[in-house]
Design a binder for this molecule. Structure first.
Ligand SMILES: *Cc1c(COP(=O)(O)O)cnc(C)c1O
Length: 394
């Protein structure tokens, strides 16, 4: 197997059957059948067949999936239209009515909605646990537990789940383990090294890396990916040819981007800890993070995601200052999403105002003064200078 940086450029090239160095965009919904009916029948039924009908597969989707499977060290992968398409399809491939799923309190908000409003309505039991408490996962296991679903570092508070513990727990108890590896990216964290079975991604974020597409990925054994593919045939969230092509292009620089982002984020986090207007900096790369040692053990880098809490005696002051900072930053754009080359900043308490109750928000520590930052690859001096001038205006 080639080194990761080489795989990012060359993995899956066999799916480009033309002579072009860069794979063309296969902008087509359907493909000419081979002469004989037997091969047509094969194309119609073979999993992820790249040249039959778009919902079944597409050559670029196969090439991208090969790259992502290599990154996550899994047998196979399936790419879909969004991260949520990947997550919901993967979960529906893992459980059915009567089964029980263990998930965390802190997850990407649409995942919490999926668990609360969808899985339970369709007869799947769901238990939430504190991800920082290993024993809680074990205690939550029931005879019908079929899936442990984790996210680490979690969105937005960057809590860490112990991968080695979860991987082992799943193996010992014969329960499938699945992780949302979006925040870390495969450059910073390889969950299959710890025995995690399935890795899902919002490829909209670091994998794509340029905030110009939405995509998702499911990585696992050949059998599981095939099962997920069968679900995707009826759920129908296929990744479009152009978005797939953009994702393939973005992936080529993943290692370079993520390393630069890691470096920028650490420097920015260290600088922010010294600012009187910021009362807390939450970054897994800082020794002040309560789970820094665990992060050091299971991650190769600490990501571009950090949260800061604006100082203030009460909610109203914090809110006003947070608003002021957001308005005055110029290099950082106030926008949702993350993982792109450009730095973004968002206010989680308002971002999820509609999808979470006050109590759920408190449970996941989303305070009024909290700002979530996704650090990009701009020059670090400009990122720091941007905060400096915004602070001066308060
Ligand atoms: C964005 C995100 C998702 C959802 O991905 P989409 O591409 O927006 O559907 C899931 N999990 C995490 C951690 C995310 O950041």
């Amino acid at each position: 197997m080639s080194k990761l940086e080489t795989s990012l450029i060359h993995e899956g090239e066999q799916f480009n059957t033309t002579n072009s160095v860069v794979a063309p965009i296969y902008q087509t919904s359907t493909y000419f059948a081979d002469e004989d009916i037997a091969s047509f029948a094969h194309a119609a039924t073979a999993p992820k067949y790249p040249e039959f009908y778009h919902r079944h597969g597409n050559p670029t989707n196969s090439q991208v999936a090969a790259v992502i499977a290599r990154l996550e060290k899994t047998e196979d992968a399936l790419v879909l239209a969004t991260g949520m398409a990947a997550i919901s399809t993967a979960m529906l491939a893992a459980v059915q009515a009567g089964d029980h799923v263990i998930i965390q309190y802190a997850h990407y908000s649409a995942v919490l909605m999926f668990a609360r409003e969808f899985l339970q309505q369709y007869g799947v039991e769901v238990s939430h646990v504190d991800q920082t408490d290993n024993a809680a996962f074990e205690k939550a296991i029931r005879p019908n537990t079929k899936l442990i679903y984790i996210e680490t570092p979690s969105n937005p508070n960057l809590d860490i789940t112990d991968l080695e513990f979860i991987g082992k727990l799943g193996r010992d108890k014969g329960i499938m383990t699945m992780i949302d590896n979006t925040f870390a990216s495969p450059i910073n964290q390889t969950p299959t090294d710890y025995g995690i079975d399935v890795v899902v991604h919002s490829a909209t974020k670091y994998l794509g890396g340029h905030s110009d597409l939405t995509a998702g990925a499911i990585c696992g054994t050949k059998d599981f990916v095939e099962k997920a593919w069968r679900r995707s045939l009826v759920l129908g969230a296929s990744l479009s040819p152009f978005d797939s092509w953009l994702l393939l292009r973005g992936l080529k620089t993943l290692a370079l981007r993520v390393r630069q982002i890691n470096e920028n984020a650490l420097t920015l986090a260290q600088w922010l800890t010294k600012q009187p207007l910021i009362q807390k900096v939450n970054y897994v790369g800082l020794p002040s993070h309560p789970q820094h040692e665990l992060a050091k053990k299971q991650m190769h880098g600490f990501t571009g995601m950090l949260c800061i809490e604006v100082a203030g005696d009460n909610d109203a002051v914090q809110f006003e200052r947070a608003q002021h900072i957001l308005n005055n930053l110029n290099v950082f754009s106030n926008a949702v999403s993350l993982g792109g080359v450009e730095s973004l900043i968002a206010h989680p308490a308002s971002m999820w105002g509609a999808s979470q109750t006050e109590e759920q928000r408190k449970k996941s520590d989303i305070t009024t003064g909290l700002l979530r930052i996704s650090v990009g690859i701009e020059h670090i001096d400009d990122l720091i200078a941007d905060f400096e001038q915004a602070f001066k205006k308060i």
